[in-house]
Design a binder for this molecule. Structure first.
Ligand SMILES: Nc1ncnc2c1ncn2[C@@H]1O[C@H](COP(=O)(O)OP(=O)(O)OP(=O)(O)O)[C@@H](O)[C@H]1O
Ligand SMILES: [Mg+2]
Length: 303
């Protein structure tokens, strides 16, 4: 994005601009060009995604936000190879994505661990399926469990862990195959606010220490700004890229920055994009508005 054309609320400091220059010199890991997806169902056709264009550089952290139903999960499922696009293309390291592969790790919102396997065996599962010997897989699992701080829980079962701990196992399980890109679909969406904040800084720590690129879907604007280098804002019906924002908040990020002018300006811009001010209602619209059914005495008002 050309700095001169950026509105002032997204102005970048020298430090941030230099960081983006460094990122832009890195090779492209993921390239999405004119990607579209139509679903056909008994209710008719839904254009879930249309003409999606963006690329992600190596070790970049990109968040995707947008209103419910704008195609975020559809996009990530296509990139994971779990669904097929109907137009355009998606390339990972220059090769078209045609199905699932070890070069991508997935973390979903729901806990997708195998409940009948211990934590360690959950993490060993992928490498063993990919032909690693038992000892090697166990060694790898141990290493990644250490990285997510769960080595002491290797022999526990998922139901014995808290929600945050389960998602940490899911992250270890996604990273154990050393994927090029980590695809995360609202991974912290089911966690309470405090655990979520801890998981966010934990994820940043992990990302800083390994060679992985992250594409992270979230509903939470603070989460997107705190985590991302760039934020891809989608709009719904059809799902299209509305704007790509280079987050002007410097790294290393800290929760104290939530109140910084850059953070607040970015949040205001995202709010404007996601929740535009409603158009004033026309008289006709007001006439057809259904009356709310009321179950209290008409004189008993609360405001
Ligand atoms: N298997 C399917 N068959 C038909 N339509 C689908 C299917 N999966 C998704 N859709 C439709 O595609 C659109 C995008 O759905 P998707 O789940 O990708 O949205 P989302 O942005 O992830 O929403 P949310 O924020 O609620 O998770 C929606 O209109 C949805 O109804
Ligand atoms: Mg979704």
């Amino acid at each position: 994005m050309n700095q001169d054309t950026l509105p002032s609320y997204l102005g970048q400091s020298e430090e941030v601009r230099a960081r983006f220059e460094r990122i832009n010199q890195r090779e492209t890991i993921l390239e999405v060009r004119g990607l579209g997806k139509r679903y056909r169902s008994a209710q008719g056709e839904v254009e879930a995604l249309s003409g999606i264009d963006f690329s992600v550089r190596r070790r970049e952290f990109v968040c995707v936000i947008g209103p419910s139903g704008c195609g975020k999960s559809t996009l990530i499922r296509i990139l994971a190879g779990l669904d097929h696009h109907t137009s355009g293309e998606a390339l990972l390291d220059g090769k078209p994505i045609k199905g699932p592969g070890q070069d991508r790790g997935m973390v979903f919102q729901g806990y997708s661990l195998f409940p009948w396997l211990t934590v360690k065996k959950n993490v060993m599962f992928g490498p063993q399926m990919n032909g690693r010997g038992r000892d090697e897989a166990e060694h790898d699992a141990q290493l990644w469990l250490e990285l997510v701080g769960l080595e002491k829980f290797a022999d526990a079962y998922p139901h014995q862990l808290s929600g945050g701990m389960r998602q940490r196992v899911a992250i270890a399980r996604a990273l154990v195959n050393q994927p090029r890109i980590l695809l995360m679909d609202e991974p912290f969406g089911a966690l309470d606010a405090q655990t979520r904040a801890k998981m966010q800084s934990h994820l940043i720590d992990i990302w800083k220490n390994i060679d992985v690129t992250v594409l992270f879907i979230t509903h939470d604007l603070d989460e997107a700004i705190y985590l991302a280098d760039r934020i891809l804002v989608l709009k719904a019906h059809p799902g299209e890229v509305q704007e790509i924002i280079e987050v002007p908040v410097p790294r290393s990020r800290t929760p104290a920055q939530f109140n910084s002018p850059e953070f607040r300006a970015t949040k205001a811009r995202l709010e404007e994009l996601i929740h535009p001010a409603p158009e004033p209602e026309t008289e006709d619209e007001q006439k057809v508005k259904p009356h709310l059914i009321r179950f209290t005495d008409v004189t008993d008002n609360v405001e």
